[in-house]
Design a protein. Structure first.
Length: 412
């Protein structure tokens, strides 16, 4: 007998009011009303407690003052009981009353000092209790914000299936959580459609490349084919194979939401060498010298995509160079625990304020960079996307005397 699947937990009810409606319920339990009642009640309770304590202290001080007079009457004679109270042995009634007033004023000062000391201790104790209670209540009120923040962090880690599903009163925090859930629903549908498009594009791109590879292999298997035709077929077959690898790498990058999932050890120096080999013929034709020392640096990533970074940078460095006597320097090294690929070249002077435009798609700096033989303006954009997907970054700086210094930094 098949087991009955467990029912999915129901989402909390939506607010009974429309957030887009400017006319909202007057008795809606908003955060402002709740905080007003909470802190107003806290101040009221603290004031009542403080007044009660001061009243009790005052009553006790007055009782103690009356119970311990600074003088006593013994057999018709008045004798002081404290050293601060001095009464005349002989004198008029006015002198006696003045001395008694001084004694009573002294006792009053002592009572006020004692009251002030006790009140300060009471205020200190109430302040500690108020801060602790306020901290606990603020944490309780703001706990939904912590839940929203944790969900947003999980969504930032490409977990679009997460939802907040905040329960509780229909206040501003629940409105924010429900709006965030609706936004996540739309994002999930958009990413699902994008993944479906990538899958379809993958099929459409792989099919013609596979057909070309099959046709080339069939022609190369003919023993009667001329040598020139066989050499051309091998070159086209190698180019077709690299196109297939590049398509696979780009589709992998798109499917993984700009994050490389399948990482393998890749020597950045080897990647740079392969890119140098591919642009060597074009560099010789343009009279550009290729140079630079490349130390072995192993990073974790996709070799085809990393090679695409180096190839795009080298192609730009060769094509946007001086007509005669130009050079391109390619180096790889480790700096501050990170792998660094540096491509510097001679060329026209590039203003520093135009550097950011280099990485924008279909953006070129000046008229001399608009030739159709110099690409379509996507090379550096792809290089930056691939670097970000590997957790690295790419930067450019004008070189003194003309040209650029492109620096790619990748984690080891």
């Amino acid at each position: 007998m098949a087991a009955t699947p467990a029912p999915h937990p129901q989402a909390p009810p939506k607010p009974t009011w429309d957030p887009r409606d400017p006319v909202r319920p007057l008795l809606r339990p908003t955060i402002r009303i709740r905080l007003t009642l909470l802190y107003g009640g806290m101040f009221l309770i603290a004031g009542i407690l403080l007044l009660s304590i001061i009243y009790l202290f005052t009553a006790q001080s007055l009782t103690d003052s009356v119970a311990s007079l600074p003088f006593k009457i013994v057999k018709g004679e008045v004798q002081p009981t404290t050293a601060e109270c001095v009464l005349p042995e002989q004198g008029t009634g006015e002198q006696f009353n003045a001395a008694v007033s001084i004694c009573l004023r002294h006792e009053t000062d002592l009572a006020l000092q004692d009251l002030l000391r006790r009140s300060l201790f009471a205020l200190l104790g109430l302040s500690i209790i108020a801060f602790a209670f306020g901290y606990a209540m603020a944490g309780r009120v703001l706990s939904p914000l912590g839940r929203i923040t944790r969900t947003a962090r999980q969504v930032a880690g490409s977990d679009l299936a997460r939802r907040i599903e905040l329960d509780g009163p229909d206040d501003e925090l629940k409105e924010l959580a429900d709006t965030f859930d609706e936004m996540l629903d739309r994002l999930e549908r958009a990413f699902t459609a994008q993944q479906r498009f990538v899958a379809n594009a993958s099929h459409e791109l792989r099919t013609p490349l596979a057909i070309n590879r099959t046709l080339l292999e069939v022609h190369l298997s003919d023993p009667g084919a001329p040598v020139e035709l066989q050499q051309l077929g091998k070159t086209l077959l190698a180019t077709n194979e690299r196109s297939e690898q590049l398509v696979e790498g780009l589709l992998l990058l798109a499917r993984s939401d700009n994050q490389i999932i399948d990482r393998k050890p890749v020597d950045l120096a080897e990647v740079a060498e392969r890119a140098v080999d591919q642009v060597h013929a074009e560099a010789e034709a343009r009279g550009v010298e290729m140079r630079g020392e490349r130390a072995p640096v192993v990073v974790q990533g996709n070799g085809v995509l990393l090679e695409r970074i180096a190839l795009n940078l080298l192609q730009n460095a060769v094509r946007y160079n001086v007509p005669d006597g130009g050079w391109v320097e390619v180096t790889t090294e480790v700096q501050h625990g990170q792998a660094v690929l540096v491509v510097s070249n001679t060329g026209p002077v590039v203003p520093a304020y135009e550097i950011d435009n280099l990485f924008e798609p279909f953006r070129r700096l000046r008229q001399e960079r608009t030739g159709s033989d110099k690409g379509v303006g996507l090379g550096l954009s792809i290089a930056r996307s691939v670097a970000r997907a590997h957790g690295g970054r790419i930067s450019a700086a004008p070189r003194e005397g003309g040209g650029l210094v492109m620096r790619v930094t990748l984690p080891i």
